[in-house]
Design a protein. Sequence first.
Length: 154
Amino acid sequence: MDVSEAVAAVGDGAPWAVPHGPVRRLAEEATRAVLAGAPLGDGPLTEPAYRGVEGGGVAVLPRDLYEVSPLDPRFAGWGQEDEAWGIALRAVAGRAWRGSAPLYHLWHPPQNRLSRRWGSRDGMTLYRRYRHAARRPEEVRFLLAEIGGPHGVA
């Protein structure tokens, strides 16, 4: 995926950018073929392509935005960290510029998780806190301040 349009959009004033539209999850045999040199875009998918979430896959943002709205390290294993990050970035900085390039996801064995949707109970609880705070930037900033360390919002 070429992220140059997303980088240019941020350079032109977009607060942050998501360069991809559809996520194409390659099946195991298609992933093997790509790793052997076949071009992306050929081969079966594990599910129909879908619009990727903000904060998932690839995001382009200025360093100062990352410093006040980092990926929350309290998410462990698989699940919801990308969706929570998208909520935080939107609450802190506003809407992202959105591109339309496909994002290819290579097949890999799934991590241990509660379900296809939820990674862990702790992750589900933390994500729901972000979701509940989504329209209240001051509450999102409070969640980010809980992270502490060099990335916590003061």
